[in-house]
Design a protein around this ligand. Structure first.
Ligand SMILES: Nc1nc2c(ncn2[C@@H]2O[C@H](COP(=O)(O)OP(=O)(O)OP(=O)(O)O)[C@@H](O)[C@H]2O)c(=O)[nH]1
Ligand SMILES: [Mg+2]
Length: 395
């Protein structure tokens, strides 16, 4: 696969972190073999995370991210620290760069702790080995490598370690936190109707909430009826509004144009890596005819909320949108045809109860049979004319 063929979202992101002047930018330059980042002896040289997509042998396509010092201080400094921490959330693999003579600082320990909390695979690069006195021994822990960005020693070993970590990490997708900064405000619109489960929220809503607070942003949750009042009461615009797909039409009318808006199901599809295919599948809705066969498939059997949407609302919406009366068939739970080629379109639920492998299997079956597949959320957005707006946040 060529360099251009791998979108940034699919590449392994490798972030370099550490205190000011540890040599992060120098190590980035040594690892990439390029003068990517500005280096100087002024503490706080790197003021913004710098990302660069590149082919890094033997790792393959990656994004390398240089970051500001994690110990920066003062008003501007705090802003930089925030940006560094934000970059951390996007990384699949981390390098902690430490000045070997100085050793680990409190800020470094905090970073290591954060790596552990996030289960982020990482390696510690003890830099400036060239400054060690001749014969000075350094005891290396298992996840430490001694390097000198200046002389290039240990850099090959560091790259090999990174290769191994990258291979084992896979790419970790995020629901929404990659769009957020610390302190952002997110509004979540969760209609509670007869089909909502009793006494709790559904999984995509829970997952998004968790991801929002992971990003140190805040979430405000309301039903569509309260949205107008809630938005009016805010002193600043929310970073994004996320709504249940079924309320998208109503919600879109209330959220000002400049405020990004999307749905839980679109976030879930993006998280699972299937958004592009589903958006293509949505194009097939308009061309359905009376002769078409549509399979409506649900992952869960035990939730009223899906049944109602799948068997009643979805066929009604599709008939109205296509201006035709196609034949609908239904499956639920573990049932799914091995060969869906008899259908002109498969409309699937969000798949929150199916594991990713099963969902991927179903998408692959459709792809092999040349049958377009769309999920409820993307289909609803398309049929309500709001798909384009709900994809804007990821443009
Ligand atoms: N002797 C020696 N000096 C190094 C090495 N790596 C970096 N330096 C020096 O350390 C200083 C800081 O290097 P940078 O790469 O700018 O450090 P940084 O961690 O990116 O610093 P900030 O961007 O300010 O957070 C510069 O003067 C570098 O030349 C090394 O391996 N050996
Ligand atoms: Mg730097």
């Amino acid at each position: 696969m060529g360099l251009e063929a791998t979108p940034s979202g699919e590449r392994v992101h490798i972030g370099f972190f550490g205190v000011r002047n540890a040599g992060k930018s120098s190590v980035v330059n040594a690892v990439t073999g390029q003068d990517l980042a500005v280096v100087s002896n002024v503490a706080g040289t790197t003021t913004d995370p710098v990302s660069k997509a590149m082919e890094l042998l033997p790792l393959g396509p990656v994004v390398v991210v240089d970051t500001p010092g994690i110990d920066d201080e003062g008003g501007l400094g705090e802003l930089r620290v925030r940006k560094a921490r934000q970059a951390l959330r996007r990384c699949d693999v981390a390098v902690l760069v430490v000045d070997v003579a100085r050793g680990l600082t409190d800020a470094d320990r905090m970073l290591l702790n954060e790596f552990a909390v996030r289960k982020l695979p990482h390696v510690v690069a003890l830099n400036k080995a060239d400054l060690l006195a001749d014969g000075q021994e350094v005891e290396l822990a298992q996840n430490e490598v001694l390097v000198s960005a200046r002389e290039g020693t240990g850099i090959f070993e560091l790259k090999e370690r990174l290769g191994a970590l990258a291979a084992s990490s896979g790419h970790r997708r995020l629901l929404v936190s990659d769009l957020l900064e610390e302190g952002d405000l997110v509004v979540l619109v969760c209609p509670i109707d007869a089909s909502a489960p009793k006494g709790r929220l559904i999984l995509p809503q829970q997952l998004v909430m968790r991801d929002v607070i992971d990003a140190h942003a805040s979430a405000l949750v309301c039903q569509p009826e309260e949205l107008r009042g809630l938005l009016a009461s805010l002193v600043r615009s929310p970073r994004i509004v996320i709504t249940d797909s079924q309320a998208f039409g109503r919600v879109a009318a209330m959220v000002p144009e400049g405020v990004p808006l999307t749905s839980f199901s679109i976030l879930m599809a993006r998280y699972k890596g299937s958004l592009d295919a589903l958006v293509r599948g949505a194009q097939a809705l308009a061309s359905l005819s009376d002769k078409s066969r549509v399979l409506i498939s649900e992952g869960c059997t035990h939730h009223r909320q899906c049944e109602d949407i799948g068997t009643v609302k979805m066929p009604t919406w599709i008939r109205a949108y296509a201006g035709a009366d196609p034949t609908f068939e239904f499956t639920s739970g573990g049932e799914f045809p091995d060969d869906p080629s008899a259908y002109d379109l498969v409309v699937h639920c969000g798949g929150c109860m199916l594991n990713e492998r099963e969902m991927a299997h179903r998408m692959a079956a459709c792809q092999a049979a040349g049958v377009p597949m769309v999920n409820y959320g993307v289909a609803i957005a398309q049929m309500h004319g709001i798909l384009a707006r709900s994809l804007e946040p990821f443009a």
